[in-house]
Design a protein around this ligand. Structure first.
Ligand SMILES: Nc1nc2c(ncn2[C@@H]2O[C@H](COP(=O)(O)OP(=O)(O)O)[C@@H](O)[C@H]2O)c(=O)[nH]1
Ligand SMILES: [Mg+2]
Length: 412
């Protein structure tokens, strides 16, 4: 792979944010190159083997999920966390059938579970992490909540890297690239605490019957502006370094995933920045994670070669994303009166029901959870948990799981 060299890095306390780096070529010639970083394919492959890709999914078109699954490089483990409808038209059943069939054809390692499985609630309770449970002891709705489930399963597999890919992507080839881009970021990283966030080169839209290759989405432009303002007002030097505030497509080392705190729903991605600024920035009050503080936390922002074409979710979704994102900035410890007034101005008519933005629901780090115990609590008990391993030796395990689901798994 050939990627721009990181030329400028903004340093804020222990947080190092690298400026956007472009993917120049998806493969490369293996030359020493002073102007670009050449990453050999074997190095990418080494990372892929240590990487799990989590796909959060809720009521997406089955063809899209199918394309995403088929695009993820074989060396990665895949973890699907679904919050899809189960009653009437059972979308979740369709997903499970498709996943089982996908595994039988490809033998790729894949785990999946339904977010509302009561045994998940029990497992979270038993490992002492009830921050994402509702009054009925079920996991709440929300993409972030699904991502936390996925991260624990990835940890239970002993993975060193955890990445995310949305299920509503129309271009399987782009998903494949995103995963390779994550691997490239981790290869370049010098700290065990690092994160890779993707920025689409283009996000095509249909405008007056023609495809228009838009560069910036409305929400991401605003979120980036405010995250940069938060940085600028604290350092006294204006910056535009943050360009991936809402990056749904991102990946982290498991070591970093362990010490992050997570915001609920769709505010999870901008909150990554806010949390890191608050906990590891210039004005951090206490050093909770000395190893990370001394190693530094590296954030890579990579511009993909492929455009991003996903399902349009409508105005309400956009509004909620903007609100959730700017609430994270508003409630940051680093936010001063000036930035708060700018947030209120921006949210204008969205906010007219409230006096000030609500606090985001936060979930504390998952590092203290025994992930193996968590998975064991699900095995054999959960009706929706599936663990489909590579090779035929796991047939017994698959049959056992099929029996638990009340199905018989046909051999291919
Ligand atoms: N597990 C899970 N996934 C969700 C939930 N809500 C949304 N998703 C998935 O999260 C991904 C991103 O959501 P999407 O609505 O496309 O948001 P956007 O692309 O960030 O605007 C998609 O794959 C959704 O299907 C949820 O409550 N639980
Ligand atoms: Mg989407």
């Amino acid at each position: 792979m050939l990627i721009d060299i990181s030329r400028r890095t903004e340093i804020f306390g222990s947080v190092k944010i690298h400026e956007l780096q472009r993917i120049l070529k998806l493969d490369s010639g293996g030359f020493e190159n002073p102007r670009a970083k050449d990453i050999p394919f074997n190095a990418i492959k080494d990372v892929l083997r240590r990487l799990a890709i989590i796909i959060p999914v809720k009521d997406e078109k089955i063809h899209l999920l199918d394309g995403v699954l088929r695009a993820i490089p074989f060396d990665c483990s895949v973890i699907v966390v679904s919050n899809s409808r189960r009653e009437n038209h059972d979308i979740y059943k369709m997903e499970q059938d498709m996943i089982t069939n996908f595994h039988e054809l490809t033998q790729q390692e894949i785990l999946s579970i339904h977010q509302k499985d009561p045994e998940l609630g029990v497992a979270f309770y038993d490992v002492g992490y009830d921050f994402l449970l509702d009054r009925d002891d079920l996991v709440r709705d929300g993409k972030s909540e699904g991502m936390i489930i996925g991260m624990l399963l990835a940890k239970s597999l002993g993975k060193d890297f955890i990445g995310f890919a949305d299920a509503d992507n129309y271009i399987p080839g782009s998903v494949r690239e995103y995963v390779m881009d994550y691997a490239a970021g981790f290869f370049m990283s010098e700290s065990p605490y690092s994160m890779v966030r993707l920025h689409w080169r283009y996000k095509p839209k249909v405008v007056e019957d023609r495809l228009y290759f838009k560069k910036w989405g409305r929400v991401s432009e605003t979120t980036n502006k405010f995250l940069n303002l938060l940085l600028s007002t604290n350092t006294g030097f204006e910056t535009g370094v943050v360009v991936t505030g809402n990056a749904g497509e991102h990946a982290m080392t498991t070591k970093l995933a362990d010490i992050m705190s997570y915001s609920t729903g769709f505010s999870i991605e901008p909150y990554h920045f806010v949390y890191l600024f608050d906990a590891f920035g210039l004005k951090a009050e206490k050093i909770a994670y000395p190893d990370a503080t001394s190693a530094g936390i590296e954030i890579f922002q990579i511009e993909t070669l492929n455009p991003h074409l996903h399902e349009e979710k409508g105005e309400e979704h956009i509004k909620n994303m903007l609100l959730g994102s700017l609430c994270t900035v508003y409630n940051s410890k680093l936010c001063n009166d000036y930035v708060r007034s700018k947030v209120l101005e921006e949210l204008g008519n969205i906010l007219d029901l409230w006096e000030k933005p609500k606090k985001n629901i936060l979930m504390p780090p998952i590092g203290g959870i025994d992930a193996s115990k968590f998975r064991k609590l699900l095995e054999g008990k959960s009706e929706t948990y599936m663990c489909l391993k590579q090779g035929t030796t796991n047939e017994g395990e698959r049959e056992e799981e099929g029996r638990i689901r009340g199905e018989s798994i046909q051999s291919v």
